[in-house]
Design a protein around this ligand. Structure first.
Ligand code: ATP
Length: 150
């Protein structure tokens, strides 16, 4: 159905601002004339919740997190940026595999399932997911979801 993507993202970010991200600053930027978009609300909610949780968890000292969203007639781009621990090069090719956790997670908790789930949701939506990362600098996840019925 049609969802208000701006409102949904704002709501999710606000939930994160209360807790668990007290040390972090989360900036939300929305670009696009169109706010009511034909997308599955549950899928967008699941994807962003996983990515924002990771951004918080893997930037242990706090810091800036960005959620940048671009909505247009034929696609939506969701981008989550953090300034955290980054992903070591040797872990990048298996990052979306179930139970895979990078070698630099230390004692940070997790199952290694979140990103595998995110990837499934993206595939259900016939979208794409990619990331860029630099060790101890940060990570950017970008998801593109096509809009079929506009
Ligand atoms: P859970 O899903 O239970 O939260 P998780 O965080 O370990 O566990 P995923 O979300 O699947 O699982 O992530 C897989 C691995 O990718 C993580 O263990 C971590 O090594 C790495 N990772 C994911 N997101 C980030 C990020 N934003 N910064 C650095 N590493 C990340």
């Amino acid at each position: 159905s049609h969802i208000n993507l701006f409102q949904l993202c704002q709501q999710l970010v606000n939930n994160f601002r209360v807790t668990p991200a007290q040390k972090h600053q989360i900036l939300f930027d929305y670009q696009g004339e169109q706010e009511n978009i034909y997308l599955d609300e549950n899928i967008v909610r699941q994807i962003l919740t996983h990515l924002l949780s990771n951004a918080v968890k893997y930037s242990t000292d706090g810091g800036l997190i960005n959620l940048n969203v671009k909505g247009s007639c034929d696609q939506v781009i969701l981008q989550v940026c953090d300034r955290g621990i980054g992903i070591p090069p040797e872990d990048r090719s298996s990052l979306f595999e179930c139970f895979h956790r990078a070698t630099n997670v230390g004692t940070l908790p997790g199952t290694g399932l979140g990103l595998a789930i995110v990837k499934k949701y993206v595939e259900i939506h016939q979208g794409e997911i990619c990331f860029e990362s630099e060790l101890n600098v940060g990570t950017i996840f970008t998801i593109t979801l096509p809009i079929v019925n506009c």
